[in-house]
Design a protein. Structure first.
Length: 321
């Protein structure tokens, strides 16, 4: 029986939020034209162009060509090289390339990861603002998390977890970030820790996130469904399956109050799988049958068909000697 512990229960981050659905640039310049100025004529020209590019990227209303922006930044990067006197500008250039890659669907993950990797190596002595450094860690995490789903790049989950954690630590000292935003960063960190197979660490972070969520929103708020489900997954992966059940029950209760039938049916499925794994066939059947009944009442033919397939699979498994 497939369990859906994984992609389904942690689907809140299945499409990792790299900003790739909300591109603030266009391939054809719309507002800000970035000209191909070639190599800088000197340090004054170089610094002026770096400052201009930073102002453009920091303008939330600016629309510009991603390819033209990266071409300009690559020209500036080549000029800076490894010259120590241009190290502050070099950091800014690497940061900007990473930011553009995270927002553009036309660029590969590695297009942003490579300059940010170099930036992280240059971290010692970085005097840029904590908020700027936080954004770099967060962007690096987002890109690593996205790439981690590609074949051969699963190591990106651990990298993403590290940098979500570093971003969250910086956010703790910045009044610009709300407690909810800080908890959101740690929730992403926990997700990546789980995907990296570091279940105990993920569980510890998720429990902190849950505690913070309960403080902010109350114990029965719908915003807690994700972290409660993720704690259940952490426990399941650690073979502490019986401990997972109360968290699934709690998610189902919150979903019942909100008339969220999709979550209700998923929790009934998860509880049925868990009962089967714990050697409780009667309970497993009861959960799967209730799921079917609820979906029949809701009139959702697609989910109902899946629920019936799952029940048939359960009966097939239970009939095995």
């Amino acid at each position: 029986m497939r369990t859906r512990y994984g992609a389904a229960t942690l689907a809140f981050l299945a499409g990792i939020a790299t900003g790739r659905g909300e591109i603030t640039m266009a391939e054809e310049p719309m507002v800000v034209a970035i000209e191909d100025a070639g190599q800088p004529s000197g340090e004054t020209d170089f610094r002026t162009r770096v400052e201009r590019m930073r102002a453009t990227l920091d303008d939330a209303n600016a629309r510009f060509s991603a390819s033209a922006a990266v071409a300009e930044l690559n020209a500036l990067r080549a000029y800076a090289g490894t010259r120590p006197e241009l190290l502050p500008e070099r950091r800014e250039i690497l940061s900007m390339i990473g930011a553009i890659a995270s927002r553009s669907s036309l660029m590969e993950f590695e297009d942003g990861l490579e300059p940010l990797r170099e930036l992280m190596i240059l971290g010692e002595g970085d005097t840029r603002s904590p908020k700027r450094r936080l954004n770099d860690h967060y962007t690096y995490a987002e890109l690593a998390a996205g790439q981690a789903w590609l074949p051969g790049h699963s190591g990106g989950h651990a990298l993403a977890a590290e940098h979500y954690g570093l971003a969250a630590a910086l956010a703790d000292g910045l009044p610009d970030y709300t407690d909810d935003q800080r908890a959101g960063m740690r929730e992403k960190q926990a997700y990546e820790l789980h995907e990296a197979g570091r279940y105990e660490e993920a569980l510890a972070v998720n429990r902190d996130v849950l505690s913070e969520g309960e403080r902010l929103f109350g114990a029965e708020d719908a915003k807690l469904k994700t972290v409660l489900t993720n704690i259940a997954q952490n426990l399941h992966a650690m073979e502490r399956k019986a401990e997972a059940e109360p968290y699934l029950v709690r998610v189902q209760g919150i979903a019942e109050v909100g008339e969220d039938i999709e979550t209700v049916q998923d929790m009934l499925f998860q509880r049925g799988v868990l009962a089967f794994e714990l050697g409780q066939p009667a309970e497993a059947r009861a959960f799967m049958r209730e799921r079917i009944a609820r979906l029949e009442a809701a009139g959702d033919p697609e989910l109902l068909a899946t629920a019936k397939e799952d029940y048939a699979e359960l009966e097939r498994r239970l009939s095995k000697p």
